[in-house]
Design a protein around this ligand. Sequence first.
Ligand SMILES: Nc1ncnc2c1ncn2[C@@H]1O[C@H](COP(=O)(O)OP(=O)(O)OP(=O)(O)O)[C@@H](O)[C@H]1O
Ligand SMILES: [Mg+2]
Length: 252
Amino acid sequence: MKYITIIGGKDKEGMPENISLDLAVGTVTALVGPTGSGKSRLLADIEWLAQGDTPTGRYVLVDGFTPASEERFLTAGKLVAQLSQNMNFVMDASVGDFLRLHAESRAAERLSRSIGTLVASVIQQANQLAGEPLTADMPLTALSGGQSRSLMIADVAFLSESPIVLIDEIENAGIDRRSALSLLISKEKIVLIATHDPMLTLMADQRLVIRNGSIRKILHTSSREKDILVTLEMRHRELDTLQQALRLGLEL
Ligand SMILES: Nc1ncnc2c1ncn2[C@@H]1O[C@H](COP(=O)(O)OP(=O)(O)OP(=O)(O)O)[C@@H](O)[C@H]1O
Ligand SMILES: [Mg+2]
């Protein structure tokens, strides 16, 4: 897979969304817009490879073609890795069992490293994003929101071969969002992130401005904006240091 095409449908009032947009592998696209404007909806349209059969009426093509209807749901599962806004584990397994299962089914043959090493590195990476460390023998259901999120991010980054990565709102989980996004960005993937965070927005190559259920504008991140990102990152590190100190019970 080299690219997907989003063909506009209609906004919440039924007005046409005049757009045909190609997203190629290697591009990171942010979705911005007020709460309720339709960012998660656009991610869902891509996840389902919409064919005029969602509330927006959009179509999503893969490499310029309509995915065959009988293949659509099968294909979607392989094409798309999704980090959704609400995520809870309902699986009765330990962190280690869960990762071993993924490593075996998805990536193992391709990778020279052993399953054990792979599982250990996913856990290590997840722990760099979250606070209190998680371990292989913890039950999935015992993980906190931030720990679950970190585990899923590390899992997608290391074990998933899906060329499309959809990320909905990393910001509320109390994890290192910037590192998380860097981990998920890859030259072989199309990454879309719905976000209210200016830093994550400017890390993307371009942003789609969503309003009232439709894509209103496509803006490319300018070099001036990339400079602003550098300043934002500096401030972020300052805030981060304060946050860490307060979390650890220190006085400032
Ligand atoms: N073009 C559209 N036509 C009809 N309904 C739409 C359209 N776009 C979005 N919606 C609906 O509007 C509601 C809000 O959209 P959505 O959840 O995507 O907002 P959001 O931008 O992700 O908000 P938040 O920032 O709070 O996560 C949803 O029920 C969604 O299905
Ligand atoms: Mg949303």
